[in-house]
Each structure stands twice: as structure tokens, then as C-alpha cells.
Design a protein around this ligand. Structure first.
Ligand code: AMP
Length: 548
């Protein structure tokens, strides 16, 4: 584990991707055959292979485990956390400073860590929480501060931000001298980076079998602005379909058994029993990409209806009847033993249409082909915009425009899939509180809580931390520090002077904020130094947007 900790530090300390790849490749190459799969899994930031399920060790369990190993009190934790902005770094400090209770340190190997994590994932029933805590404490007892730091980061998933799977793919290609595209494809088929590492080492990448029952990563889309020049579209054929406002999911059937996976790659089959029932017994094995929608009489219901289902892991009969769901299928990634992601969309779509699986709960997303002659002229622009309006009239969010020749590229946001949406509106909000960020932003005030006006009061409506540049954040940090009204830990209540323009997807009723509303996916568009707080948007405007 020491080498892994040192690798993580070295990777964190270099900005160069090439150098990161070189470091990880060197680390992977140096491993004993039996440890390669674990090393690759850890390097992708995961504590366990995807198929092993969730580890379920939370922050409070980690703290309790740490308290078994080293002495500290609450204020030590708060101070250490303030210094680092992440729990891994904080714990490393506590381990450094606090008296060690254990006298014996067996060197901690990654094999020991992996088998302990696997054991923790298997704990169930009453007492499971304590058992996991004890297992984690056992690891900490043998860990150096550096090792403890990265044990925590593995468990919290924090490492996954710096250690993208794509980096490990390139590192495996470099370590074993294989084409990166072969490693990537094998990973998509098998879903298990540890297994792929072994295939790469043994020169058996093409033999990666499709791991039905494990999720394949999702392909992403790039935004195109409605009303713009559509310069992103190139000469060629595109498939144009509605952009549905539901939640992304992957449907699989293997030997008649259905699986549904969420965008975060969790198995969510149990939450959507009507879709699972519709797929059960299907005679073809396949993997389809699509969107889960609240659906009635051939039409999507508003996202708000779907939300009542999302909060329930296992819906009861009443909820199933009041909010029926369907899976809107728009892509086919595998059929029987054929992995199709390298095949062009045109072919995947043709094969999807022929799938013997469609029903009211598993619907084929309708769409049409469009030949684009770039640059897009007025005629095509108005054609696209009228398709867009038709999609909106059908209750959908906008359009998806997908290049016919493109392969399915999981995890990529490229020039193959475009989403055409129109921002509903933006709101000018007043920043009323700010917080220190995490990771790289742990010493700047980057998380803003903002409010709208109601008479002479300001009522909070949301929180956002993306959108401003580092320079803007740094400048505003200075301002906020000088205009702090009160402070609670990492959160500062500030004078309500700064106005920010906020974009969002929809406005929803919510008990979370004082206004009674929340913005879904809020993003800071820009600072509005030209506006004073008295010109900020009002609660009435928010209320009106909520009716859309
Ligand atoms: P966004 O969430 O705005 O980044 O847009 C991308 C999302 O649109 C995908 O992750 C899907 O959940 C969703 N979506 C809705 N309809 C489609 C469609 N026809 N094709 C692809 N993605 C779609």
C-alpha cells in the first residue's frame, strides 16, 4: 500500500497527463501477477471491482474506526479538516499527530486491503455497520499516515476525480505495449479494469467477453445553443430524436433475466419492476441505452412525476399505479455475443429497431435521419428549429442530434452526439452565504448559496459551485472575507451585495430553501457587477417559472 500511496502523491503533484500515464504504467508493470488486477482497480479510484457491489463505509464509520486507532477529539478533526478540505488528508494529519495505540505494524499490502474491502462489502444484517467499522479500523491500525490518507480516499470515492479510468487505460496500453483502443474496447465489454489489466498483460484483449449483468459506461452529448449557427454540425448524416426529460439508464437482458443500471452504474433493477417485468423472458440477449420516463398514453409525464419514483428504492403497488414508467430505448450496445460499440450508429439503430423486445414499458425512441450540408443554411436551421418546437410541444426537452457514422463512445462528450436545448431563463440572485470548496478549491470560497427577493427580504433558492473562473473565485474570496457577517466552520454568512446570474434546468417546489423552491442543476453563468441586490429577481418570477 505504501507504493500505491506514493504513486497517488506523485500523480497528484504533476499536471502533465503524459507524466501521470507514465507513473501509473510503471506502477502497474511492477506488480506481481496476482496483484495486477487489484492495482489496476485501485488506480481507477475504486476500492472494489464494479461487480463486488458497494463498500458502504461512511464518514462516521471511518471516524469511529480512526478513533479506535489514534486518540483525537472533535476539535482536532475540525481543524485538520479545515486545513485540507478532505477527510483523507485530515486523517493523515491526525495519524501523524496522535499517539498510535497499536504497537505492531504489519506492512499493509494492497492484497490485504482488497480482501478486507471485499469482506466489508459482504457484511450484511444487524451488526454489519460495526463489523465494517472494525474491518476498516484493522486496516488503519497497520497503515502509515500516507497509507491511511489513500485508504480513506479510496473508500470515499474521492480518488476517482484524479484517477480517471481513461488514464488507467492509457497506462495499461503503455505498460504492456498494446493499442489503447483495444484496451478501451475490452474495458467497455467486460466492465472490469482488473480483468482487462490481466488480458492486456496476457495479450488476450480481443477475448474480453461481454459481461452481461455489469454496466457499460454511458456516452455523453455536447450542447449546441438553440438559435445559434449550428457550426458544430458537419457534412453528413445525423439521426435526430427527442431529448426526453427523464433519467438515463441501461437495460440489459441475459438469458431472460433483466437488469437496469443507472448513469452512476448502480444496479437499479428493483426500483423499476414494471420495466424489468416487460423484459423478463426476452429471447434475445442485449444491452440497450435509453431514458427512463414517467409515461402515460404514449407521452412522457413531467419530470416532477418521475421524481416521486426516484426517491423510492422499492416502490409499492400504489406508487407503481400512479406513476407508471417506461424505458425509451435509443441505442443498442450489444446483441447476443456481439459487442456493437465500434459499429456505426446507423447500424446500431437498424438493429435496435429489429429487437424483439418492445412493449408499452420498453419503447423505441422515434426519430428521423437528417442530411446536413455544412455550413448549415437558413433552410436547415429553420428545419431543425421546427423539429425542436415539435419536440417541446410533445412535452420533451429538446432534440438530440447524433452522427450516423459514429461509434458508441462511453464516457466521452464529443462531436458525435449533440443536445439542442434552450435555457428556460436565468435568474439574477444575491449571494448570501459562501463555503470553502473541496480538493483544489479547499482554500477558496467557491460554493455560493444564493437568494431571490421578496419585498425587502432575501430568500434562498439554491446553491452552486460551478461556472466562475479561478480568477473570479479568487477575487471574490477576498471580497467575501472582508464582508463576512458571521462564520460557522467552513461556511460564511456574507453581506448580500454580490449578484450572480444563474442558469438552471427547471424550478421545483422544495422545502430545502427558504423560498420554497429549488433550481434543478443550477450553474453560475456570470457575475453581474452591473446589478445591485435591489435589482435581483423576485420570488414571483421564481413562482412563475415553476409553472412552466
Ligand atoms: P444533459 O443531461 O443535458 O447533459 O443531456 C444528456 C442527457 O440527455 C443524457 O444523459 C440522457 O439522459 C438524456 N437524453 C434524453 N433523450 C435522449 C436521447 N434521445 N438520446 C440520448 N440522450 C438522451
Amino acid at each position: 500500500m505504501r507504493e500505491f500511496g506514493e504513486l497517488c502523491e506523485a500523480v497528484a503533484n504533476t499536471a502533465s497527463r503524459t507524466q501521470k500515464v507514465r507513473l501509473v504504467a510503471g506502477y502497474l508493470k511492477s506488480h506481481a501477477p496476482s496483484e495486477l488486477a487489484i492495482a489496476a482497480t485501485f488506480c481507477s479510484g475504486r476500492p472494489l471491482p464494479v461487480s463486488a457491489g458497494a463498500l458502504r463505509i461512511g464518514g462516521s464509520q471511518m471516524l469511529a474506526a480512526a478513533a479506535r486507532v489514534v486518540a483525537f477529539d472533535d476539535s482536532d478533526v475540525a481543524k485538520a479538516y479545515d486545513r485540507h478540505g478532505d477527510f483523507g488528508g485530515a486523517l493523515a494529519d491526525l495519524m501523524e499527530a496522535g499517539p498510535q495505540r497499536s504497537l505492531f505494524h504489519a506492512p499493509l499490502t494492497i492484497a490485504k486491503v482488497a480482501s478486507t474491502f471485499a469482506q466489508a462489502a459482504r457484511c450484511s444484517g444487524s451488526g454489519a455497520t460495526r463489523a465494517r467499522e472494525a474491518l476498516f479500523a484493522g486496516l488503519l491500525a497497520d497503515a502509515t499516515p500516507l497509507e491511511a490518507k489513500y485508504l480513506v480516499k479510496l473508500v470515499t470515492g474521492e480518488l476517482r476525480m484524479g484517477f480517471k479510468e481513461a488514464l488507467v487505460v492509457d497506462a495499461l496500453a503503455a505498460a504492456f505495449d498494446r493499442p489503447a483502443k483495444d484496451v478501451r474496447r475490452a474495458l467497455m465489454a467486460s466492465g472490469d479494469i482488473g480483468e482487462v489489466a490481466e488480458l492486456a498483460r496476457d495479450d488476450r484483449l480481443p477475448s474480453a467477453t461481454i459481461a452481461y449483468g455489469k454496466p457499460v459506461g454511458f456516452m455523453l452529448a455536447s450542447p449546441i445553443t438553440f438559435g445559434g449557427r449550428y457550426a458544430e454540425l458537419e457534412d453528413g448524416e445525423y439521426f435526430v430524436e427527442d431529448k426526453f426529460d427523464g433519467i438515463r439508464a441501461q437495460a440489459q437482458v441475459k438469458d431472460g433475466q433483466p437488469f437496469l443500471f443507472s448513469r452512476r452504474l448502480n444496479d437499479v433493477t428493483i426500483s423499476y419492476p414494471e420495466v424489468a417485468a416487460a423484459l423478463r423472458g426476452c429471447s434475445t440477449n442485449f444491452i440497450a441505452d435509453g431514458e427512463l420516463l414517467a409515461w402515460r398514453d404514449g407521452r412522457a409525464l413531467p419530470f416532477k412525476s418521475l421524481q416521486t419514483r426516484l426517491s423510492r428504492v422499492a416502490p409499492d403497488a400504489e406508487l407503481l399505479a400512479s406513476v407508471p414508467l417506461s424505458f425509451m430505448a435509443f441505442d443498442l450496445l450489444a446483441e447476443q455475443d456481439e459487442f456493437l460499440i465500434d459499429h456505426p450508429l446507423a447500424e446500431r439503430r437498424r438493429r435496435l429497431e429489429r429487437l424483439p423486445a418492445f412493449s408499452d414499458q420498453f419503447v423505441l425512441s422515434p426519430g428521423t435521419w437528417l442530411r446536413v450540408n455544412a455550413p448549415v443554411d437558413d433552410l436547415q436551421r429553420s428545419d431543425l428549429e421546427s423539429r425542436f418546437s415539435a419536440a417541446r410541444a410533445r412535452g420533451n426537452e429538446g432534440l438530440m442530434i447524433k452522427a450516423a457514422a459514429s461509434g458508441y463512445l462511453p464516457g466521452r462528450r464529443g462531436r458525435q452526439w449533440f443536445k439542442l436545448k434552450r435555457e428556460l431563463a436565468t435568474l439574477d440572485c444575491v449571494v448570501v452565504a459562501v463555503e470553502y470548496g473541496h480538493g483544489k478549491r479547499n482554500s477558496v470560497l467557491s460554493d455560493y448559496t444564493f437568494a431571490v427577493r421578496n419585498d425587502d427580504k432575501l430568500l434562498t433558492v439554491g446553491k452552486a459551485y460551478s461556472g466562475l473562473t479561478d480568477v473570479e473565485i479568487a477575487e471574490k474570496t477576498q471580497w467575501f472575507l472582508q464582508h463576512t457577517v458571521s462564520r460557522r466552520g467552513r461556511r460564511l454568512i456574507v453581506e448580500p451585495e454580490i449578484v450572480v446570474e444563474i442558469a438552471f434546468d427547471i424550478v421545483q417546489p422544495s422545502s430545502l430553501h427558504e423560498s420554497g423552491f429549488a433550481l434543478r442543476f443550477p450553474r453560475i453563468v456570470r457575475l453581474r457587477p452591473d446589478k445591485s441586490p435591489t435589482e435581483a429577481s423576485t420570488l414571483d418570477e421564481v413562482r412563475a417559472l415553476a409553472q412552466h
